[in-house]
Design a binder for this molecule. Structure first.
Ligand SMILES: [Mg+2]
Length: 163
């Protein structure tokens, strides 16, 4: 696994994906900082050229998360309560897209990937940017490691294998 910079945008586009629903914390923004790495800002800025829209979908409930979204000029659903699917559905609706045209990108199995799957999106798991997580996240990470042992999940396409 790796970070968002390693995403194959043209492959996603070819698979019918029109928008990325992006997690923020530890996916685009390392913990304990409020500054996006410049290479991620550039990457976000290049998404329209790749034919992809972007929407931030975050469980973060702090007011500053709206400032972060404004800094990169992207719309946001905050307090999304992932893995509940409603935040993803709201973002897709705002973009005028079906869920199967969206790829959820995030660093956590139990919020981003599970929630994206529940919503009917393609999901992409990336490596967390920081290892210093909140305590409750650390517990989930241990569970994730058990579940993910021997697997390298990268992307799952909604409806794959159903013809
Ligand atoms: Mg995250």
């Amino acid at each position: 696994m790796s970070d968002v910079l390693a995403l194959d945008l043209s492959a996603l586009k070819s698979a019918g994906i029109r928008a990325l629903l992006l997690d923020i914390d530890n996916t685009l923004l390392p913990r304990d900082t409020s500054v996006f790495p410049p290479e991620f800002v550039d990457w976000l800025g290049g998404l329209p050229d790749a034919g992809l829209s972007a929407y931030l979908v975050s469980n973060n409930w702090h007011d500053h998360i709206f400032d972060r979204a404004a800094e990169v000029g992207l719309p946001i659903v905050a307090k999304a309560l992932k893995p509940l699917p409603f935040g993803f559905l709201r973002a897709a609706r705002a973009l005028g897209l079906r869920m199967r045209q969206c790829a959820v990108v995030g660093d956590q199995v139990f919020t981003d990937v599970l929630g994206g799957n529940l919503a009917g999106a393609t999901t992409v798991l990336v490596e967390p940017l920081s290892t210093s997580d909140l305590p409750h996240t650390l517990v989930l990470r241990r569970v994730e490691r058990v579940i993910m042992a021997g697997r390298r999940p990268v992307a799952r396409e909604a409806g794959a294998g159903e013809g």
